[in-house]
Design a protein around this ligand. Structure first.
Ligand code: NAD
Length: 505
């Protein structure tokens, strides 16, 4: 793998044009400034230097983009599934060709380590290929026999849709939402997170390169309360796919109410990893460490609450702490780095406040718990493990969204389930036990949309992804994605001479 110096040099080459020309919006296939010609700055979390001036889109820009998407919708929806499949495969090819550029820019813009962002860029291509292959079947439905009739269902793309994404692995997450929308035949207006706008702009360029008709894919940069809000309120936008915080989800639901928007929400999590004394301890330790300290812990499905049976509690914590303390924190482009700087000084401050809270409330900090003096002096924090925490503590209840693990002991199965479910969230849960029947019992009782047993989080694209409670509404993946982006129409045919009631002779 290339050295840090070589990586920095390449990243700078890719950054140069953004430094010079800024990041535009893409509307109707054309890169353009905001209507009022204003910009905002995106900064590097590594050293807080400005990376680019970004088009500061507002309601007028969203209006243009929504109208462009509306104008392009009918033609795109009318293309054959085969044609859409070919276009999306061209997108995937272009992502693979530009994977290095995508990964390097993502690292600089978000602080995520290159080892993970390289994979995330390629996952973006996989998302396109998966939904490309399903585009020809997207309209398929069911045949349902009734007395004297056959019902035939068929699906139709719902119309232009809005996609609003967060700053954690922004490229991969955007592809995950946008690929099924396009495969279904919808046109898209994408509002990327204001902290990480660079790779959304690459994706729009790739859409142009892949020959998507103009207006099928539009990107408007800007802030949530301006561009984001306008998108959720726009009458031409028929559905909203949103990934972000739970409280933003409830705002969006209110904002979309007047225009009766269909919504799909992937929100926050405070996911338990439950370790029983009969588990394969070595593997469970590695999984717990991986699921919270990879991707800077800025991951909705991170295993942020470690629930360990009391009989193995001390030993398990000691092993996790020992490994966490050896994790390399450093420059995101350094091939050895696992944890880079957090996305933004505001987010770093939020995480540091939990460190202060732990100290004030006498929680044991088994490792970490401080700011880290990393290269560039940016938003680094130490990988941290808190032990002996009550599940009522804000540290155990709130989403910290950093490399911070909170360990809580439990006595038995019932206690583990009660603690695991005692949170507003319900996205994912991880379960470690060698008892198969217990794994079924506990999985049944857990309030979570996704449960991995004796496994880390391995995403299988045909399987449903999503959460319950404050973690979301709806499911992504396979046909679930099409159900969201499409309307189902039922057509009933009489298969015999029906008795038609005569109201008058
Ligand atoms: P956020 O909610 O602050 O912002 C997400 C997006 O919403 C941004 O583009 C923002 O500009 C926009 N936004 C903000 N206010 C808005 C408004 N009033 N109307 C319309 N748009 C608005 O979230 P974040 O801090 O960027 O991301 C981190 C959060 O995302 C965490 O809570 C994390 O768990 C969650 N997340 C969830 C999943 C999942 O699949 N469940 C995946 C990734 C991230």
């Amino acid at each position: 793998m290339a050295s840090l110096e070589q990586q920095l040099e390449k990243a700078q080459q890719y950054l140069d044009r953004f430094n010079t020309n800024g990041v535009p919006n893409y509307i109707g296939g054309i890169a353009r400034a905001a209507v009022d010609n204003t910009t905002f700055e995106t900064i590097s979390p590594i050293d807080l230097t400005p990376l680019a001036h970004v088009a500061h889109g507002k309601a007028e820009d969203i209006d243009l983009a929504a109208k462009a998407a509306e104008g392009a919708f009918k033609e795109w929806a009318a293309q054959s599934g085969k044609a859409r499949k070919a276009a999306l495969h061209r997108m995937a090819d272009a992502i693979e060709r530009r994977a290095e550029e995508i990964a390097l820019l993502e690292c600089i813009d978000t602080g995520q380590a290159y080892r993970f962002m390289r994979q995330a860029a390629l996952r973006g291509a996989e998302n396109f290929r998966f939904f490309a292959d399903r585009a020809p079947e997207a309209r398929d439905g069911k045949s349902l026999r009734g007395d004297g009739q056959i019902n035939i269902t068929s699906r139709y793309p719902i119309g232009p849709v809005g996609v609003i994404t967060p700053w954690n692995t922004p490229f991969m997450l955007s592809t995950w939402k946008i690929a099924p929308a396009l495969a279904a035949g919808c046109s898209v207006v994408h509002k990327p997170a204001e902290f990480s706008p660079l790779t959304a702009s690459l994706l729009a360029e790739i859409a142009n390169e892949a020959g998507l008709p103009s207006g099928v894919w539009n990107v408007v940069n800007g802030f949530g309360e301006e561009a984001g809000k306008a998108l959720t309120e726009h009458p031409s936008i028929k559905a909203l796919a949103f990934v972000g915080e739970s409280r933003t989800g409830s705002l969006i639901m209110k904002q979309g109410a007047d225009t009766l928007k269909r919504v799909h929400f992937e929100l926050g999590g405070k996911n338990p990893v439950i370790v029983f004394e009969d588990a394969d301890i070595e593997r469970a330790v590695d999984a717990a460490v991986f699921m919270i300290y990879s991707l800077n812990g800025e991951r909705c499905t991170s295993s942020s609450r470690l629930l360990v049976q009391s009989s193995i509690y001390e030993e398990f914590n000691a092993r996790v702490a020992e490994k966490a303390a050896r994790i390399k924190v450093g420059h995101p482009l350094d091939p050895a780095t696992v944890i880079g700087p957090l996305i933004h000084p505001q987010h770093q401050q939020k995480v540091l406040k939990y460190f202060d809270l732990a100290r004030q409330s006498g929680i044991t900090i088994a490792t970490g718990g401080r700011e880290y003096d990393g290269p560039g002096g940016g938003c680094y924090v130490e990988p941290t493990l808190f032990t002996g925490v009550s599940n009522q503590s804000p540290i155990a209840q709130e989403e910290i969204f950093g490399p911070v693990l909170t360990s809580i002991p439990f006595s038995d199965e019932a206690d583990a389930i009660a603690i695991a479910n005692d949170t507003p969230y319900g996205l994912a849960a991880y379960l470690w036990t060698s008892d198969v029947t217990r794994s079924i019992r506990v999985s049944d009782a857990l309030e979570a949309g996704m449960i991995w047993v004796n496994s880390q989080n391995v995403r299988h694209l045909p399987a449903p992804f999503g959460g319950v409670k404050a973690s979301g509404i709806g499911r992504d993946g396979g046909d679930w994605s099409f159900d969201f982006y499409m309307e189902t129409k039922n057509i009933a045919f009489a298969d015999s001479a029906q008795v038609i009631p005569q109201l008058v002779n």
